[in-house]
Design a protein around this ligand. Structure first.
Ligand code: SAM
Length: 257
């Protein structure tokens, strides 16, 4: 359980609690110290100096460091209050390189095909149902330029927070269900987070994630478990709570093979 004691508040962002910053719309928590896969996105975004997209950017724990590295960042979130705080927290000299896009990904967010160097989606796509996740992957692939990269992490079925759901996940997996980690009422399994996280959460395992990346057309460069620094044990889950992936859109189109 998160210790709801105020720890620090040095800007407009709500105070962090054990490394997790609550969202204003009860969509879980922004991770205060970005996971290694998000650090890689920050680094890559800086190196390419191009246009990148952060889906579910919240208060900018990843978008602002990417701006500081020299990228031009589109920060997307479905809550405009998060984006306002992100804007206020961005140093003035970098605001010219920041675009804010309010809306629910994938349906309410549209960019030209092949227009982005990289996309980051951390702790966000697991709030979508299966068809929404498939649509999101297709849209991300389409928006990326050839050779562009997709940095992603999501909550795994092994997370201690939802250990009560784990036997159900295993049963559904054994029965061949397409989305065995789809909880329609996460509050039942983690009652102490009722009202802090959405009811529907779609936990994704390695098989589903691999299939999503490959069937969309991505090459998988890296895939590993990662942990949230300093978070309570129920989020750490012996290091298996989150699955992180770096995917790459191939440098060629199918017709060129
Ligand atoms: C759990 S927080 C993750 C924040 C940050 N990416 C991180 O990993 O620390 C989820 C954020 O995504 C936003 N969000 C949830 N569903 C979304 C969607 N379909 N499209 C855009 N933003 C979404 C929420 O408003 C919230 O700010």
């Amino acid at each position: 359980m998160i210790n709801h004691k105020h720890i620090s508040k040095d800007n407009n962002t709500p105070p962090s609690m054990n490394g997790l910053v609550p969202t204003l719309n009860q969509y879980g928590y922004m991770v205060e110290t970005p996971l290694p896969v998000s650090q890689k996105f920050i680094q890559y975004a800086g190196e390419t100096k191009g246009l990148v997209l952060d889906i579910g950017a919240a208060y900018g724990a990843v978008a602002i460091p990417a701006l500081k590295k020299g990228a031009t960042v589109i920060a997307n979130d479905l809550d405009s209050r998060h984006l306002e705080i992100l804007w206020e927290n961005t140093p003035e000299y970098l605001q010219k390189n920041l675009r804010l896009v309010e809306g629910k990904f994938p349906d309410a967010v549209e960019f030209l095909p092949s227009s982005l160097k990289a996309v980051h989606a951390a702790g966000v796509l697991h709030y979508l149902p299966g068809d929404g996740i498939k649509k999101a992957f297709k849209k991300i692939f389409n928006m990326l330029e050839l050779g562009g990269k997709f940095f992603f992490y999501t909550t795994a079925p092994y997370i201690t927070l939802f250990s009560k759901y784990y036997p159900i996940y295993l049963k559904k997996k054994a029965a061949g269900t397409e989305w065995p980690g789809l909880m329609k009422n996460s509050w039942f399994y983690a009652p102490h987070y009722k009202g802090c996280i959405p009811k529907r959460i779609n936990l994704l395992d390695e098989d589903i994630i691999t299939h999503l990346f490959i069937s969309t057309g991505f090459l998988i460069e890296e895939m590993e478990y990662q942990s949230v620094q300093n978070a309570p044990q129920e989020f750490q889950s012996d290091g298996k709570g989150f699955i992180a992936v770096v995917g790459k859109k191939p440098n060629y189109t199918k017709s060129q093979i």
